[in-house]
Every structure is written in C-alpha cells, then in structure tokens.
Design a protein around this ligand. Structure first.
Ligand code: DX5
Ligand code: ZN
Length: 226
C-alpha cells in the first residue's frame, strides 16, 4: 500500500497571515506545505521568494515543498535551501543544464524534483533518475490557482508511475509522484488510482472554511483506493 501525502498550496491561503495558515493546515491533517514561486517571466504570475519561505519555516516541522516556476533556476536554489526548503522542484524547460541544477539542489541538502507541464515530455527523466526524489505532474498549466484539472494528465501520471516503479525496482530508493492543479475531493481518488502518492491542493483546501473537513474527505476518498 502506498503512503498518501496531502500538500496544501499556500497560493490560495490568506497572504496577510501565512504563519497561521501554515499552522492551521498542518493541525488539520496536512503532511507537506507546497510553496509556489512564480517570477512573472517563466509564468505570468508573481508570488513569493526565499524571505517568505524563511518567515514560515518556524511555523511548522512539516516539509516545505518549493515549486519553482522561475527562469533561470540555479541562483534561487541556494537561497531557498538556506530559507528552509526541504524539497525543491523546477521545470526542465527553465534550466539550461538539468543535471547541473538537480546536482545543485542535492548539494544544498534538499530533495530534488522535476515538474512536467501538460505539454512537456517525460523523456526529460531519461538520464537523471538517479538524482530525482520527486516527479511532479502538472494537471493545469502553471501560473494560477483555481484552474480545472486537465483529464489527460491521468495518462501521464500512469506513465510516470511506471517509470518510477521500473527504476526503483532495479536501483532501490524512493521517488515520490506528486500531482498539482485542480485536485479536489471528487477527483483525488482517480489521481491516486493513476499512481500519484502526493497531492497538491490549493483552492480545494484554502477555499473552504473548514480545512480539517476537506482533508478528512480527501483521506476518505484515498482510503477507497488503497
Ligand atoms: C499552479 C500552482 C499550484 C496551484 C494549485 O501553477 O503550481 O500549486 O496553487 O492550485 P489549485 O489546487 O487551486 O489548482
Ligand atoms: Zn505548485
């Protein structure tokens, strides 16, 4: 049976009280804090940087999963590592040297992952599986919270699951498979059935008054899959 992890995205939280929002979702049963970094260049939106990551760090022991939607990538890696990130993922199209960027993340003491937009091929994984701790499949085009789940992302999740299982069967280790975008109570079971183990949810959790109720409903759906 797979371990399932729920990762609320702070993008939909109240930015005027982020520390409280972090504590509240973890108290409500979340496992990971998903931290969306957008640069108004690689994606049209502009969000938060290492200073904000550092500010929320004392509010939880849960892993902070930094999703870099930025170009270029490398200079921000040590800054986020220093700011307390546990996991750093980036989009392969945004890095000139994917292997080097992955190495930089690992050297900085963080777990590393690649993020795949709906139109990005999984072939970027071909030669770097040994440096990967997480594969993140986008089920929306990155840039904004609250978009609808793109159904064909499920095929890609299945394909990524197969790659990960083949690799870990041969070489050992653990690689998480995360899905980001439009994940809600009514589709989380389908996403898990396709092979995901880690679920980002922004508007589905922070858009509701009772975070605990949403997370419990998500876990109840996941229990049907396991
Ligand atoms: C989108 C971000 C997501 C976003 C998800 O570019 O990477 O993490 O916050 O938000 P929802 O769950 O509302 O689609
Ligand atoms: Zn994200």
């Amino acid at each position: 049976m797979r371990d399932f992890r729920i990762a609320p995205s702070l993008l939909s939280a109240d930015f005027a009280c982020l520390g409280q929002e972090v504590r509240d979702v973890i108290a409500a049963g979340a496992d990971i804090i998903h931290f969306d970094v957008m640069d108004n260049h690689y994606v049209p939106n502009l969000t938060v940087g290492p200073l904000v990551c550092e500010a929320i760090r004392p509010h939880t022991k849960a892993p902070i999963d930094v999703h870099l939607m930025v170009k270029p990538v490398d200079s921000l890696v040590p800054m986020f590592a220093k700011a307390g990130a546990d996991i750093i993922t980036f989009h392969p199209e945004a890095s000139e040297h994917i292997d080097r960027t992955l190495g930089l993340i690992k050297e900085s003491g963080c777990k590393a992952g690649l993020v795949f937009n709906p139109g990005t091929s999984l072939s970027y994984l071909d030669h770097v599986m040994d440096k990967i701790d997480m594969v993140l499949i986008m089920s929306v085009n990155p840039g904004f919270g609250g978009q609808s789940f793109i159904p064909h992302a499920l095929e890609k999740v299945r394909a990524a699951r197969q790659r990960i299982d083949e690799y870990t069967a041969k070489h050992g280790g653990e690689i998480w498979l995360e899905v980001d975008g439009g994940v809600k109570v009514d589709n989380i079971a389908a996403v898990a059935a396709a092979g995901a183990d880690t679920f980002v949810a922004g508007s589905a959790i922070y858009g509701q008054p009772d975070y605990q109720a949403v997370i419990a409903a998500m876990r109840a759906e996941l229990a049907k899959v396991a």
